[in-house]
Design a protein around this ligand. Structure first.
Ligand code: HDD
Length: 730
C-alpha cells in the first residue's frame, strides 16, 4: 500500500499496482526543486519579461518568456466529440473463479492476478465544462491492463443503444448536440432536433425509455450499473466460442436523484458526480462493482425472439441469468486530470486473446471510429505511448516514427520478414498467446441492408416500461412531458405521441394530456424517412410483437437492495445551543453504519453546544443545499431549535428534502422546527418502524432508537409516494 504522492496528502492509503508503478516513472514532483526551462536551464526571474529598459518593449530574445507563452498557447486539445465530460479513477479487477470453459483470456482464468484498471465515467452530449447532472446516458469505460495486453470494455450505464447501425451515429450525435445555429441547449436532449430525429427513428424507442427513466440522472457514478451493450464473443483454448453480454453491478445498489433535484444540483454543484467519486476514493470508500456475464452458447444464437446482434435489445435476465465472476474496485485517484483522464484513449477494438467481436453493425462501425478519433484528439499515431494508454507489457513491432514518438527503437531493422535481425520481433503462435480472430463462417452477398430480425422496435420498450414501479413510471411520464414540452414543433410532438402509443397507452395519453395534444389515431409511419432511397417500405415495416417476458424486475431500480446506508451523506441542521448528546449519538450511529455526517449551521466554522463545547461546522446554509444530501436530521437543544425554526433557509432546506422524498429525522425537542415546515401535518402521530418505512419521517426523544429508525429510513433511499400531493413549495 502506498500513499499517493499528490501534494495534497490523501486521507487513506491508495494502493499501488503494476500500472501505477509503470506510471510513476513519468511523474514529476516539484517539492524542494528549483524552477528551470524545458531544456533544463534554471530560471532566475519568473516575474518579469526581458525588456529594453525598465519601461521598454519586450525583447524577442527572451527565450524564457517565449517558451512559457508558447506552451500555454498550445495547452488545449480538442474535447471528445461525444463523452467530453468525464472523470476517471484507477483500480483493480479480481476474478472470483476461473472461466476456462468460456474463454482463454488469462485475466478471466487466473484468480491470483489483480488486473490494474483505469475507468472513465462520462456524460455523452455536454461539453467538457458542462454539468454532471444532465439527463443523459453515462459512459462507463474500463481499461484492463492485462498481462496479455489492454482490454477496453467501453460501455454505458444503459444496456441498449439508440441506433442499430454505425452509419447513423453522426446523425444521432448531430441531432442531440446543441443546435448548430445558436449552440443551444448545452448538455440537454430537450430540444427540437433531438426529438425530430427520434420521432423518425423508431429503432430508438427502447433506448428512449431508458433515457427518460431515472437511470439518466444517477445519484452517483458509484451507484450505476454498466453494460458492454453489444453481444461479444468469448473463445476458449479449444477455439470454441460462445456469446456474451458484459454487465457491471454496483455493490452500493442502483440509485438516482429526482429531476427537480438534478436541475438544482446542476446550478449549485455542476461537479457533483466528479466530486462524489473523488471524495469517496480519498476517504477510503472505494467504489466496487461485480463483473457479470450473460453467456449464450453458440448453438442458441437463434433461440430468442430478438436478434443477438441488434444493439437495441437486452437479453432479459429471466432468460439468461447474470453470472457474477469478479470484482472491480476503484482505489486510487489520478495524480493529474489531463495526463490521465483526458488523455485516456479507449477503444472497443482493444481486445485480448479469448475475447472477440460479433457482427453487430454498431459494434463493427465502432471498431473504426475509436482509433480514428484519437488520431485527431491526441494528435497522431503515437497516442498508445502516452503513459495512461501504454500496456503493462513491453511493445515490440515494426511500427515507427510519427509525431511525438517516445520509444527509441534500437537497431537497423523495422520490417519483417528480415534476416539481419534474425526475423525479430517474431510472430507469436496461438500457443504462445498470439491473437487469432475467431474463424466465423461467412457466406454472403455484399449488401447494404437491415436484417428483418432487427425490425421489432417496441416489444422491449414495452417490457422496460412494464417492469417499472409506479413512481418510476410517473417519472418517465414527467420526463417525456418535460422534454417534449421544450420542443417547439407540434408535428414532432405528435409523432412522438404516436410512437409512445405503440409502447403504452397510458404513457401516451398522460404525456398527450401534458402537451394538450391528441394522440394520432394511426401513428404516422416514421420508418418512411429512415429507409434507403430505393428500398421497399414493406421491407422496413416495424414488427409489432408482444414481449416474450412480461416484466423483468432487474430493469427496475426499485428492486435494488435497500439494506445499507454506506457512503450516504446526511446533513445535521443545528445552531448555537445544540444538545450535544442528541447530535453526537445519532452522528456516531450513522457513521458506524458507514454514512457521512455533515453539520450545516447558519454560519461557518463552529457552533457552541448547550455546554459551550465547540462543534465543527462543515457548511453554512449559504454554501450547502439539501440536494447535496441523502437525508436531514435536526437535533434538540432549545436555543438551536429556536434559531433554526426561525431561519427561512433552514426551513427551506427541510421542505426541499421533503419534496425530494428524502428521509428526515428530528429529535422530539426539535418539533418546533418541523412545525415551521410545509410537511408538519404529515408527521405520524406515533413513530414506529412501520410508519418510518411508509413515510420516511422519524421523530423521537431517545437518540439511539431514533438513530436506528433513521438508518432504516435512509436505506430506503427515497419515499416516492410523497410525490402524490405535489404541493411542496420548495
Ligand atoms: Fe462511443 C466515446 C460508449 C457507440 C464513437 N463511446 C465513447 C465513450 C464511451 C462510449 C463510454 C467514452 C470513452 C472515454 O471515456 O474516453 N459508444 C459507446 C457505447 C456505444 C457507442 C456504449 C454503443 C453501444 N460510439 C458509438 C458509435 C460510434 C462511437 C456507434 C461511431 C461509429 N465513441 C465514439 C467516438 C468516441 C466515443 C467518437 C468519442 C471520444 C472517443 O471515442 O475516444 O469515437
Amino acid at each position: 500500500m502506498a500513499k499517493r504522492k499528490a501534494q495534497q496528502d490523501p486521507a487513506v492509503d491508495q494502493p499501488d499496482n503494476d500500472k501505477i508503478k509503470d506510471l510513476e516513472q513519468f511523474m514529476e514532483d516539484s517539492s524542494g526543486a528549483l524552477m528551470n526551462t524545458n531544456t533544463g536551464v534554471k530560471i532566475n526571474d519568473d516575474q518579469n519579461s526581458l525588456k529594453a529598459g525598465e519601461r521598454g518593449a519586450s525583447l524577442l530574445e527572451d527565450f524564457i518568456l517565449r517558451e512559457k507563452i508558447t506552451h500555454f498557447d498550445h495547452e488545449r486539445i480538442p474535447e471528445r466529440v461525444v463523452h467530453a465530460r468525464g472523470s476517471g479513477a484507477h483500480g483493480v479487477f479480481k476474478l472470483y473463479e476461473p472461466l476456462p470453459e468460456y474463454t482463454k483470456a488469462q485475466f478471466l482464468n487466473d484468480t491470483s492476478i489483480e488486473t490494474p484498471v483505469f475507468v472513465r465515467f462520462s456524460t455523452v452530449a455536454g461539453s467538457r465544462g458542462s454539468t454532471d447532472l444532465a439527463r443523459d446516458v453515462r459512459g462507463f469505460a474500463v481499461k484492463f491492463y492485462t498481462q496479455e495486453g489492454n482490454f477496453d470494455l467501453v460501455g454505458n450505464n444503459m444496456p441498449v443503444f439508440f441506433i442499430q447501425d454505425a452509419m447513423k451515429f453522426p446523425d444521432l450525435v448531430h441531432a442531440v448536440k446543441p443546435e448548430p445555429d445558436n449552440e443551444i441547449p448545452q448538455a440537454a436532449s430537450a430540444h427540437d432536433t433531438f426529438w425530430d430525429f427520434i420521432s423518425v427513428m423508431p429503432e430508438s424507442t427502447h433506448m428512449i425509455m431508458w433515457l427518460m427513466s431515472d437511470r439518466a440522472i444517477p445519484r452517483s457514478y458509484r451507484m450505476m450499473e454498466g453494460f458492454g451493450v453489444h453481444t461479444f464473443r468469448l473463445v476458449n483454448a479449444e477455439g470454441k466460442s460462445c456469446f456474451v453480454k458484459f454487465h457491471w453491478k454496483p455493490l452500493l445498489g442502483v440509485h438516482s436523484v429526482a429531476w427537480d433535484e438534478a436541475q438544482n444540483i446542476s446550478g449549485k454543484d455542476p461537479d457533483f458526480h466528479r466530486r462524489d467519486l473523488w471524495d469517496a476514493i480519498e476517504s477510503g470508500n472505494f467504489p466496487e462493482w461485480e463483473l457479470g456475464l450473460q453467456i449464450v452458447p453458440e448453438e442458441d444464437e437463434f433461440k430468442f425472439d430478438f436478434d443477438l446482434l441488434d444493439p437495441t435489445k437486452i437479453i432479459p435476465e429471466e432468460l439468461v441469468p447474470v453470472r457474477r465472476v469478479g470484482k472491480l474496485t476503484l482505489n486510487r485517484n489520478p495524480e493529474n486530470f489531463f495526463a490521465e483522464t483526458e488523455q485516456a484513449a479507449f477503444h472497443i477494438g482493444h481486445v485480448v486473446p479469448g475475447i472477440d467481436f460479433t457482427n453487430d453493425p454498431l459494434l463493427q462501425g465502432r471498431l473504426f471510429s475509436y482509433t480514428d478519433t484519437q488520431l485527431i484528439r491526441l494528435g497522431g499515431p503515437n497516442f498508445q505511448e502516452i503513459p495512461i494508454n501504454r500496456p503493462i507489457v513491453p511493445v515490440h513491432n515494426n511500427q515507427r516514427d510519427g509525431f511525438m514518438r517516445q520509444t527509441i527503437n534500437r537497431g537497423k531493422v523495422s520490417y519483417g520478414p528480415n534476416s539481419i535481425g534474425d526475423n525479430f520481433p517474431l510472430q507469436a503462435k496461438v500457443s504462445e498467446g498470439g491473437f487469432a480472430s475467431y474463424p466465423e463462417r461467412i457466406d454472403a452477398r455484399k449488401v447494404r441492408a437491415r436484417s428483418k430480425s432487427f425490425l421489432d422496435h417496441f416489444s422491449q420498450a414495452k417490457l422496460f416500461f412494464n417492469s417499472q414501479s409506479e413512481p418510476e413510471k410517473n417519472h418517465m411520464i414527467d420526463a417525456f412531458s418535460f422534454e417534449l414540452g421544450k420542443v417547439q414543433s407540434n408535428a414532432v410532438r405528435q409523432r412522438m405521441l404516436g410512437i409512445l402509443s405503440l409502447v403504452d397507452k397510458r404513457l401516451a395519453s398522460e404525456v398527450g394530456f401534458a402537451l394538450r395534444l391528441a394522440i394520432p389515431e394511426i401513428p404516422e409511419q416514421p420508418m418512411n424517412r429512415s429507409i434507403p432511397a430505393d428500398a421497399d417500405p414493406a421491407d422496413y415495416e416495424p414488427v409489432v410483437k408482444k414481449p416474450s417476458v412480461a416484466a423483468s424486475p432487474a430493469l427496475s431500480m426499485a428492486t435494488s437492495p435497500k439494506n445499507s446506508i454506506q457512503t450516504r451523506k446526511i446533513a445535521f441542521i443545528a445552531a448555537d445551543g445544540v444538545d450535544g448528546k442528541s447530535l453526537n449519538t445519532v452522528k456516531a450511529a450513522l457513521e458506524n453504519a458507514g454514512a457521512i455526517v455533515e453539520v450545516v449551521a447558519p454560519r461557518q466554522n463552529f457552533i457552541l453546544s448547550e455546554t459551550d463545547k465547540e462543534v465543527p461546522v462543515n457548511h453554512s446554509l449559504l454554501t450547502a443545499a439539501s440536494v447535496f444530501y441523502d437525508g436531514v436530521y435536526v437535533p434538540g437543544g432549545a436555543d438551536s431549535v429556536a434559531t433554526i425554526a426561525a431561519d427561512a433557509d433552514a426551513v427551506h432546506f427541510l421542505n426541499e428534502a421533503f419534496k425530494h422524498c428524502k428521509a428526515i429525522a428530528a429529535d422530539s425537542a426539535a418539533i418546533p422546527v418541523i412545525e415551521a415546515t410545509y410537511f408538519a401535518k404529515q408527521v405520524p402521530a406515533e413513530c414506529t418502524d412501520e410508519s418510518v418505512l411508509l413515510d420516511g419521517i422519524v421523530v423521537g426523544d431517545k437518540p439511539s432508537t431514533l438513530a436506528d429508525r433513521f438508518i432504516l429510513a435512509l436505506a430506503q433511499h427515497r419515499f416516492w409516494e410523497r410525490e402524490k400531493p405535489r404541493k411542496v413549495p420548495a
